[in-house]
Design a protein around this ligand. Structure first.
Ligand SMILES: C[S@@+](CC[C@H](N)C(=O)[O-])C[C@H]1O[C@@H](n2cnc3c(N)ncnc32)[C@H](O)[C@@H]1O
Length: 301
């Protein structure tokens, strides 16, 4: 880790941390090392690379070692930095909430395309629900990108709702989001009907292997329970909360789209599936009867 004369340089620290994280199975170890060092030095990654020969103070070195040790124990990078970007917005995250994933942006994009097609001022008079809001990623992103809409966001976790409220305040959309505690879609009932009900439910099945990082996230946020379709059956209890032609959209785990689409088709019409950027069918959408016409968003399969 040392440079000339035994001093510990930025370059040396990066090389040591990258090796150390790689040895503990961290993917993207070099990137993570530079992000952690940027935090310690109060700069960004470009600033780290620009200061390769800087010598770290003992305090900086100790902080950096601590952060690398945490990451080496497979604590998610976003919990260490306290932040994750979603739909171009920074979200505060901590172990009370699932870290928002890029796949979930497909769900939000699909919802925005469909809701914008309704015409009129963007989102004016539109009510949207987010079941299992976690960090508030879906609810806040929809409210932010659809300025006229009202959102109701629910979660079983009081801790998650606190984080979601903070994120809504941070992005100036708190006055347009009602946060409500409770199980499944029932807490949404007082505000019905909805133009859209969105959900990224827990979908890891019993015995399915997950990355060590996932074990740091709240279990109720990712474990679907003994019946992997259980969260979708619960969600379908929301069908009568949709306005005519309104839609229900849910994220699904890899390999689960077909069976969830079949389940949706029992209760909804015009069921479609949208794939994520890796080509994995990822979002299932179904409409309540009574709309003008099927309103698909992006590509469909
Ligand atoms: C996969 S996380 C999604 C979080 C966030 N919507 C996102 O996409 O990043 C699922 C969320 O649903 C919540 N949840 C789990 N079971 C629930 C239930 N029965 N009713 C309401 N929320 C539930 C969890 O607490 C967690 O915040």
């Amino acid at each position: 880790m040392t440079g000339a004369g035994g001093a510990v340089t930025v370059r040396g620290c990066l090389a040591w941390a990258t090796r150390s994280l790689e040895a503990r199975g961290v993917r993207g170890a070099a990137t993570d090392a530079s992000i952690l060092l940027a935090r310690v030095l109060g700069t960004d990654r470009a600033g780290v690379y620009a200061r390769g020969e800087k010598v770290l103070t003992p305090a900086e070195l100790e902080s950096f070692r601590d952060l690398v040790e945490r990451r080496g124990r497979r604590e998610p990078l976003s919990y260490i930095t306290g932040e994750r970007e979603f739909m171009s917005l920074p979200f505060r995250v901590d172990p009370r909430v699932l870290i928002p994933r890029p796949e979930t942006e497909i769900l939000v994009e699909e919802a925005l395309v469909r809701l914008r097609r309704r015409g009129g001022a963007p989102g004016r008079g539109v009510r949207v629900a987010d079941v299992g809001t976690g960090s508030g990623a879906i609810a806040v992103a929809v409210a932010y990108h659809l300025p006229g809409c009202q959102v109701v966001a629910s979660d079983v976790s009081a801790g998650a709702l606190q984080v979601a409220r903070e994120n809504a305040c941070r992005h100036g959309v708190a006055p347009r989001i009602a946060f409500v505690a409770g199980d499944g879609p029932e807490p949404l009932r007082p505000w019905a009907p909805y133009a859209a009900i969105l959900c990224n439910p827990p979908y890891v099945a019993e015995g399915e292997e997950v990355d060590p990082e996932v074990l740091h996230e709240p279990r109720e946020a990712w474990y679907a329970g003994p019946d992997p379709l259980g969260p979708y059956r619960l969600l379908l209890g929301a069908v009568d909360l949709l306005e005519p032609g309104g839609f229900l959209a849910a994220e699904v785990g890899a390999g689960r789209a077909e069976v969830v689409a079949e389940l949706f088709a029992v209760h909804l019409t015009d069921v479609t599936v949208r794939a994520d950027l890796a080509g994995i069918p990822r979002v299932v959408v179904g409409c309540a009867p009574g709309g003008r016409s099927p309103a698909g968003g992006g590509e469909e399969g």
